[in-house]
Design a protein around this ligand. Structure first.
Ligand SMILES: Cc1cc2nc3c(=O)[nH]c(=O)nc-3n(C[C@H](O)[C@H](O)[C@H](O)COP(=O)(O)OP(=O)(O)OC[C@H]3O[C@@H](n4cnc5c(N)ncnc54)[C@H](O)[C@@H]3O)c2cc1C
Length: 358
């Protein structure tokens, strides 16, 4: 009898886990039906969004960083373009705008999203005084704003953690430093990074190294400074500390999927309560999670989703064979960090240790 595995979310994590499961099940001659459901007919290469504001060659328009999602779906995976509307882990069913689906095992890879509305004063200034680069639309608008910028206070701000790809704001700072230098206006720009963290990054070794690198580039780092309010000329923290800006580039707060909380699988912010070692849901049987919609203590990154997919597939196949899941996930992440002027750093870490490699 066939086993039905439903994978929700057609981004990086959903695609990798579906393809890998189908491949390994076929190699073992197992009858596993892998059904992938998502509502993004086009796959956006999210790391490419970072380059849109600078109109770098190969990154000038959205078409440069998008492909048909169906092109990435491997043999044996049934791909359905539907919007998921509900998850019932007790009945083992999922509802969508087109019907309902039963499952034997469920994998959640619904990603996370930015919430401009969560910050006072930000929605009414979004796209005019305040910009972002975490979504394609905002990144394209930022390209226009950067072109008009002639110097002054350029503030790059991380509103709060967690965010996707915590190194992306640092890369943006490095790339904007290069961009302003090439335009001959770096010397009349005060470039500031404002962050809720104690420095540029979360891991201690990386934090020290990356903070030093930014300071050497003449970037002022304002640490321990979450964002509370945006006005026309400055931003303010909850403790009322203010930082001025002429051009604000902010990474808004992130939230996981409302579906996860509605199914009573989440932490109240849409991130699924996940066993960090097995990647099983903490509040339901036969449910695994990977990628940005987990609450495990590692980066929200495509590389992480990729490594997690190997553990999820391994454990799914074990459970199908009547065996226990193994605690194999270690939070492994590796991130290439663009540091400007054609240079980059590779950092590699897991839950417990790590730092820069080269
Ligand atoms: C600017 C930027 C730079 C980045 N740079 C890097 C980098 O250099 N390296 C790196 O490793 N990572 C990077 N990342 C992070 C990386 O893109 C994400 O961590 C990765 O895409 C996570 O995969 P995911 O599958 O968890 O989520 P996603 O890829 O976001 O996929 C979630 C999917 O779920 C679907 N979905 C959600 N809700 C529903 C619903 N109700 N119905 C149907 N479908 C739904 C969405 O349509 C989407 O396709 C970057 C991200 C950004 C924004």
């Amino acid at each position: 009898m066939a086993t039905y595995v439903l994978v929700l979310g057609d981004g990086t994590g959903g695609l990798v886990v579906s393809n890998l499961l189908s491949k390994q099940a076929r190699a073992k001659d197992l009858q596993v039906n892998v059904r992938l459901i998502g509502n993004s007919p086009l796959h956006t290469y999210q790391p490419g969004v970072l380059f849109l504001p600078f109109r770098k060659p190969g990154y000038r328009s959205l078409a440069d960083i998008q492909r048909k999602n169906s092109d990435f779906v491997g043999p044996g995976v049934e791909y359905l373009s539907e919007t998921i509307t509900g998850i019932d882990p007790q009945a083992r069913t999922v509802t969508t705008d087109k019907g309902s689906h039963c499952y034997d095992w469920l994998v959640l890879a619904l990603g996370c999203r930015t919430l401009v509305d969560a910050i006072e004063g930000l929605p009414e200034r979004w796209g005019t005084r305040a910009h972002g680069f975490y979504t394609p639309d905002s990144a394209l608008k930022l390209a226009d704003a950067l072109e008009k910028f002639e110097g002054g206070d350029l503030l790059v701000d991380i509103a709060e953690m967690p965010i996707k790809c915590p190194v992306a704001p640092l890369e943006f700072v490095c790339l904007v430093d290069e961009y302003l230098t090439q335009r001959g206006i770096r010397s009349r720009t005060n470039l500031t990074l404002m962050t809720p963290l104690s420095g540029a990054f979360t891991k201690p070794i990386c934090n020290e190294m990356l903070t030093d690198m930014l300071v050497a580039k003449g970037v002022k780092v304002v640490a321990n400074a979450p964002l509370a309010v945006v006005t026309d000329k400055e931003v303010a923290c909850p403790d009322r500390k203010t930082v001025p800006y002429d051009l604000l580039v902010t990474i808004p707060p992130h939230e996981g999927s409302e579906l996860i909380d509605a199914a009573d699988l989440g932490d109240g912010l849409g991130f699924g309560l996940t066993d960090k070692l097995t990647l099983k849901a903490k509040k339901a049987e036969r449910v695994f999670l990977l990628g940005d919609n987990t609450n495990v203590p590692t980066s929200k990154a495509g590389s992480v989703a990729h490594f997690q997919a190997e553990v999820v597939v391994h454990n799914l196949l074990r459970e199908m064979a009547g065996e226990e899941s193994e605690p194999l996930a270690d939070g492994h992440a590796n991130c290439f960090i663009e540091t400007g002027f054609g240079k980059a750093i590779l950092v590699d870490f897991n839950y417990d240790r790590g730092g820069p490699i080269c």
